[in-house]
Design a binder for this molecule. Sequence first.
Ligand code: BGC
Length: 765
Amino acid sequence: MLNRFITKNLICFFILLPVVSIGQNLKDFHIDKEKEITKILSKMTLEEKVGQTCQITLDAVLMTNKEGKTIEPIKIDPEKLKEAINKYKIGSILNVSWHTLDRGVWNEILGTIAKVSKSEKLEIPIIYGIDAIHGINYTVGATLFPQEIGLAATWNKDLASDFGRVTAYETRATGIRWNFSPVLDLGRQPLWSRFFETLGEDPYLCSVLGEKIVEGYQGNGRIDDFHVASCLKHFVGYSAPFSGRDRTPAWIPKKYMSELYLPSFHSAVDAGAMTLMINSGVVNGIPGHVNKHLLTTLLKEEWGFKGFTVSDWEDYIMLETVHNVSSSIQESITLAFNAGVDMSMVPNNPQYKEYCDAMNKAVCEKDIPMDRLDDALRRILRVKMAIGLFEKEVKVDYPLFGSKEHKEIAFNSALESITLLKNSNNILPLAKELKVLVAGPTANNLIYLNGAWTHTWQGVDSSFNTKGCHSVLEAIQAKIGSSNVEFAKGAELYMENGWESSRLHEIVDFKTKAERSDVIILCLGEMPSTEKPGDIQSLNLPEAQLELAKIAYASGKPVVLVLIEGRPRVIQPIVEASSAIIQCYLPGDFGGDALAEILFGDANPSGKLPYTYPKYDGVIEFYDRPKSVDRSGKSNGFDAFDPQWNFGFGLSYTEFEYTNLTLDKLQINSNDSLNVSVTVKNSGKKTGKEVVQLYISDLKSSLIPSGKCLKRFEKIELNPGESKTLTFSLHKKDFQFADENGEWILEPGDFEVQVEKHKRVFKLN
Ligand code: BGC
């Protein structure tokens, strides 16, 4: 084993990796490779086959103390590793231990694992997977981007693919080739703890950006030394739990499954995504892991997915202990495997041994047909080959890991995500000479900017914060000078009995400092959290934070409210009195700097909400609602829709004027395309970026039509006085809807095109 010093000083710039020129995309997977797989399969014993379907967590092979706790700094236990690989023949390892590791340590771990897998007769390499969901967040010094909800708010396709590319590069620089990302679940349930991991509420936005991320991860053609296999999560419907709590049941009628939840997965599969993780929850009474229709009929047969599916954490156990659809481990494995699960994230020790034994038995007793097992194996081996794992190792240099170039891309992503929601009397941008009180519980720690899956699973341990990156307070100090800036926390966030809570903190100090400042920048938000620990009981921002805002307003000083939150928390009681409101989402390590840039006018905000921001705790609405949702008992009209801010909304420091919305035809046949043009002018005084959004409404159809639906968008930059004409081409698919069986149909009739407030109607014959 290498010593830490050598690791840190000699190995940090290159890592041993296989030659990749032979890796390839699954879409054009070569027939010779299939033959090679057939040959390998013919040599494999049942134990070897079963083991390939088994994924264990890194902790399962680490050294532990007498109490069974992992020893720090972590070390592989050679006996445990040999047992896992040489005896149980496991095919995959995932995760980190409890915190982020430096590249030297990763290199050492992966090298040790590779060495043991080479000692096997067939030398089938281990595929190692990690949740690099906003950058390779478990590697020290990596470039950390906004979480996906922020990336979605950029509405910038290039940034989405750059995010994927940089993350893939830095993941490879860490020695890992498989990323459990992107999350393509639709964000329509803000109570859900993983809302921040989604690309928001719209299936089109999610599909377009999701595809770009996959392209960034995997490259356009072959997987080379700088790309990784992506893993689409969590197929499908995971994000829609009725209770709002993680991993609880969702009800999704087939129509809405097709229109809302499936498109992002479908387009990413079409884009060549190599793997896919399954929904741990339940949809329409069927646990994701036993849904043969979704996993086999739809995904593998209809969509032609050639990669492999992996279960989520312990899901074969959950089938028995949580979902109660099976009475034994063997039965659970059989149900899941026959439904289409190819690899199981088992992942603990000794559970993985029970898994292997039970799976072995299930195959021997013919519960699982050998053909099914071979199909799973072929899929797993295909991916292992496609990412070059079977090839000879060469030294590859990764000089751009954590580089200025990468950080700039992360900074720009944060910058373009930040969304200006209110700006009374153009109070923003602020003059740099003002005396500023930076306040609030989320103002002075990077953990709030990054959220969960950052250095640790829940992301709450500040001791791992990236060195040299700025909190909001530090960024503002750097921007306008420390002498103009005071800080008062005012309130604290904490967990009590597993639930989030907040309390006021040194309020006299807060008031005194408010008294002597010109403006208060008040940073509110949420504790980092994900999965079960992130369950909440109400969307309302915890009481003490609302109270702190009211104390700030009472000072009579203008208040700029800064939201650092993974989901839209209801803030209606404090909207009116604030002078400006900025949504930062979870912008990552460079979010503080990006915010300071916008606050003081060195950048113009251009983020747009990727979701409908609710105004009331009990009313969750979506922009694409059918007309009946708007029906009001108060006015007898159709004006009930009353969100705090609508999907796609976001202000700028300049103004954009839309003119000349033109359709090239007013009547089309089903196979015609329709070209829509619009001219956008920057009629204000600052250079700015605008997201041009094109929506279509089907005015009448046999099933209630949705309201307007996003069909195209483009982010453009315009100088003052500059204008651009954009032309969008629409096709048959854009006018279709799903029937009650989830089948796509096209009905003739009138449709309305909308860009900004301009509308035109056309007829589909
Ligand atoms: C999460 C997945 C994640 C996996 C591995 C699970 O609990 O649901 O999203 O990829 O853990 O960390």
